[in-house]
Design a protein. Structure first.
Lengths: 410, 106
């Protein structure tokens, strides 16, 4: 970004966009800040949608990152339920639906991602829902009656969290997963097996290595037909088959995209006046040799916002953290640090039977990731070890009598 | 509505009305009190909402759970009155609560 920056436009009203506005204003930015968001709500937390918001424990008021009136107090203009349709990079203007144009000196794209739809006949029947927004979950909740049959398509974190929430509310749940195990994309076979067992013990049925071929019903969903002809009764279908980055706006503006808007370490796109942060951005992972990745996480949303805001303010950006994630299912708190892809060795610490263990992943001796279930010390200690590129001894990692703090000092 | 006083490391005070049922963390994040990051939004997953509970209030706020204590062990500058503010639910009894914030959450 060159020249004086008086006007910042943030396209996207999710957690990344909201955080960017807050960081700018509370970091001393005196100019105009505008957030353009497609949803009706001010920025809110997405992680609880499949967890405590779905189970009814968390209200919308508590889901909001900040109350709507605080944006006014901060002199941040919120344009909600509005869509940005075009970026004119030459004139530095964003066009909104309805034709209104807004000028910017710096533009932050925090457009997020959209849930992938299920490409099968009947996927548009009432009772078939994606799970991405609060509005999606409000619609799902209206059908979550005790004893109802819910089919979850996709056994990733979102699908499994929805399954756990639904069991809590007394629904019968079947998870249909295309791979031979749940969580196949995000963890090891051992940890997948643990979660499969836990869900089975809570009464969730699994149909693995199976494809949904058709959704059946007349007025509304009645059943899910699988490719092998099996039919699963369904009063409610929740589709959790991954997300795709919202990169259309960037692409039409001629920015470099490739399964995400490409940015450098400072979250700058191929246009130095435009940043991309959060789910929509594909950024270099500095702890993993700079390989480019799209991270679907709160950590990534917040960190991108902090970096972009610091750059606009002319301040030093924060040091990148090792990517981190979490998932809550039943009485299990899963905390994840690092990226497990490409591990050549793993070490278990603790006990799967007692539902308190950590799985450490190493590559050529270096710790690259940890999945910790009800083991916060292993998560935090592991994260610190990964951050400094440590190669802890596998025997010591497995030995629960050696505190994580000792391993960190070693 | 119960009032909670947050005192930044530099001594600056913020008095916030926090609805019963919300957490001490939410009172701070929803009003952008500097010094509480609360990255995970209150899921007890990140240990970036560390506070020191004023001695007069320690009995009423109770003790950290095992999970919380394990997370606290890895926070910077931990004291016996350290808590994760996402794990302190505000009740009518906590009206007037005072918490101090550490110099950094990382």
């Amino acid at each position: 970004v060159s020249g004086e920056i008086n006007r910042v436009i943030i396209v996207g009203g999710g957690q990344a966009g909201g955080e960017a506005a807050l960081r700018l204003r509370h970091g001393g930015f005196k100019g105009e800040i505008t957030i353009v968001g497609e949803e009706r709500e001010p920025p809110y937390q997405r992680p609880p949608l499949s967890k405590t918001y779905m189970s009814g424990e968390l209200s919308m008021e508590r889901l909001l990152l900040r109350p709507a009136e605080v944006y006014g107090e901060d002199d941040v203009r919120l344009l909600l339920h509005r869509r940005a349709t075009w970026i004119d990079r030459t004139r530095k203007r964003v066009q909104l639906d309805g034709g209104q144009e807004l000028a910017y000196d710096a533009l932050i794209l925090a457009t997020g991602s959209r849930a992938r739809a299920l490409p099968v006949p009947g996927a548009d029947l009432p009772g078939v829902h994606l799970l991405r927004t609060a509005a999606d979950v409000d619609a799902i909740r209206a059908r979550m009656k005790p004893g109802a049959e819910m089919v979850v398509i996709g056994g990733g974190y979102i699908g499994l969290e929805a399954a756990a929430s639904a069991r809590k509310l007394g629904l019968n749940v079947t998870v249909v997963e295309a791979a031979i195990r749940p969580l196949a994309r995000v963890t090891s076979p051992e940890v997948s097996g643990f979660f499969l067992d836990q869900h089975t013990a809570h009464g969730v049925r699994f149909v693995l290595a199976a494809q949904a071929a058709v959704i059946k019903g007349e007025e509304q969903v009645r059943a899910v037909g699988l490719a092998d002809g099996t039919e699963l009764a369904a009063d409610l279908v929740v589709v959790g088959v991954g997300i795709a980055p919202e990169q259309g706006l960037a692409e039409r503006a001629g920015l470099n995209v490739n399964d995400g808007i490409l940015v450098d370490r400072t979250m700058r796109t191929s246009d130095p006046a435009i940043f991309a942060i959060g789910d929509c951005a594909k950024r270099p992972l500095v702890h993993y040799g700079g390989r480019m990745a799209r991270l679907e996480s709160v950590h990534n949303a917040l960190e991108g916002a902090k970096i972009a805001a610091a750059l606009i303010l002319g301040q030093t950006p924060p040091v990148e953290e090792v990517p981190w994630f979490w998932s809550d299912q039943y009485d299990l708190k899963l905390q994840i640090a690092g990226m497990f892809q490409g591990y050549d060795h793993f070490v278990v610490r603790g006990s799967m039977e007692e539902k308190a263990f950590a799985m450490f992943y190493l590559r050529e001796g270096r710790l690259i990731a940890v999945d910790a279930v009800n083991r916060p010390a292993e998560y935090l200690g592991g994260k610190a070890l990964i951050q400094k590129g440590a190669s802890p001894s596998p025997a010591a990692l497995a030995d629960v009598t050696i505190p994580m703090k000792t391993l960190m000092a070693g | 509505m119960p009032k909670v006083t947050y005192i930044e490391h530099n001594g600056k005070e913020h008095v916030i009305d926090v609805p019963v049922g919300q957490t001490v963390m939410e009172g701070a994040t929803k009003h952008a009190v500097p010094g509480i990051d609360a990255d995970c939004g209150g899921a007890c997953a990140c240990a970036t909402c560390h506070v020191y509970v004023d001695a007069a209030w320690l009995e009423k706020t109770g003790k950290p759970s095992g999970m919380e204590q394990s997370m606290l062990d890895f926070a910077a500058d931990v004291e016996p009155n350290s808590r994760l503010s996402c794990q302190i639910k505000v009740t009518a009894e906590l009206d007037g609560l005072v918490v101090k914030l550490p110099s950094s959450q990382h």
